[in-house]
Design a protein around this ligand. Sequence first.
Ligand code: NAP
Ligand code: HSE
Length: 436
Amino acid sequence: MKPIKVGVLGLGTVGGGTVTILKRNAAEIARRAGREIVITRASARDLDKPRICDTQDIQLTTDSLAIINDPDIDIIVETIGGAGAVKDMILTAIANGKHIVTANKSLIATHGNEIFAKASEQGVIVAFEAAVAGGIPIIKAIREGLSGNQIQWLAGIINGTGNFILTEMRDKGRDFDDVLAEAQALGYAEADPTFDVEGIDAGHKLTILASIAFGIPLQFDKVYTEGITQITRVDVEYAEQLGYRIKHLGIARKTPEGIEWRVHPTLIPERRLIANVNGVRNAVLVKGDAVGATLYYGAGAGAEPTGSSIVADVIDVVRALTSDPENRVPHLAFQADALADIPVLPADRIKTSYYLRLNAEDKPGVLADVTKILADHNISIEAMIQKEPLKGETAVPIIMLTQITLEQEMNAAIAGIEALPTVSGKVSRIRMETLG
Ligand code: NAP
Ligand code: HSE
C-alpha cells in the first residue's frame, strides 16, 4: 500500500514535536496504522530559524497554501495557531479534500461548528485531540471510552502555563512575571500569553470538552472566563491554612436549569488528587452516571506530549482511510443532526460556595454588619478566620468560606459589603468546589 503523505503547517513547539515523533517512531507507527506515514512538506515563517526537529527529507516552504493545494498531500497537520488566517487555510484544505489534524483550540472553539459542517460535506476528518490538555487523550476518553454514559459534570486543570505559574508561586514563592517568562521559554505559553493567564485558553478547551460531553454545539461566547492574574500570595497562604489549594479550573456541569460553563480560580480541598496536580501537568475529572468519577492526568503542554496527541490523530485518520472509511466517530461525539439545544446558564445563575477575603476596621460591630449582609442574601458561613493586620496596615483581613449559594446573591452581598464604611478596598472572591 502507498505511504500516506502528510504536510505540516508550522514548525514550532508542536509542529517540531510532531515531526520528531513521526520520524523516530516511524516503524512502530506504520505497524499501528497499517501503512507508512511520511511528512513530505512543511511550512514556517522563517526558513533560516533553527528547528527542534530534523527536517531532512522534508521540503520546506513559507507558503502554506502550496502545501494545502498539493494534490499529493493526504493529511494537513496544522500547528500555526490563531483563528484568523488559519481558518481560511483549513477551509481551503477541506475544500481540497484533505483530512485535518490540528492542535488549535482557539480555531475549534470559535469556528469548529462551521469547520465540521464543511468537513462533513466534503467527507473529510478534522481531528483535534492535541487541542485539549496536551498529551492526555481526553477527547478520545470522553467521545469513545465514556460514550455509554450520561456525563454529569467535568472539571479540569486545562492550562499548563497557568498551573505552572500557580505551582511555582506556591512552592517557591516566585513572582508571577518571572514564572510566566519561563513558561514562554519552555514553549508552554500561547503566542499571546494573556490567553493563558486570563483564562481564554482554558475557556477554548472547556468549550470543546463540554460540547463533546453534553452533545451541544460549540459556544465559546457563553463560557464565563476568569484568569489567575488577581490571585495573590496571601490568598494562596490563607487557602492552605484552611485546608485548600487554589487551582485554575474549567468546570462544566449539566443542571436541570441548563449548563454551567465556567473557568476561574477555585479552592479545592487539598485531599483531592486534582489539588495535587502541579507544574505544567493537567488533569480532568469526568463524572458519568454509569462509570462514576474518572480522572485523566498528564503533561498539558510541550513539544512531544502535544505531538503525541497529534500523531495519534494522524494514525486514526490513516486507519479510517485504510480499513473503514465510512464508519467515523462524529466530531462532537454525538451525530451532527442530534446536537441538543440545552440552555447555557448565565454566570449569575451559577451555584457554588466561596472563599471571601476582606479588609475591615478592627472594632466592635463590623463583623456583625458583614454577616448580616450575607444572611440577608441567604448565604451561610462555613468557616471564618480573622488575621493580624498586614505589615504597615491597620485593617484586619477576614477570611470566610461560605456554603453553596447563587452567584447573583453573592454579587449583591459583595457589593453591600464593599459599600460598608468600615470595609476598605475590594472583597477578594474565589469560587470553591469540593469535587466530591
Ligand atoms: P509556535 O512554537 O509559535 O509555532 C508556530 C509555528 O507556526 C512556527 O514554526 C511559525 O514559524 C509558524 N508560522 C506562523 N505563521 C505562519 C504562517 N503564516 N505560515 C507558515 N508558518 C507559520 O507555537 P506552538 O506552541 O507550537 O503552538 C501551535 C499551536 O498548537 C497553537 O494553536 C497552540 O495553541 C497549540 N498548542 C500548543 C501547545 C504547546 O505546548 N505549545 C500545546 C497544545 C496546543 P516560525 O517558527 O518560522 O516563526
Ligand atoms: N498554552 C497552553 C497551555 C498550551 O499552557 O496549556 C497547551 O494547550
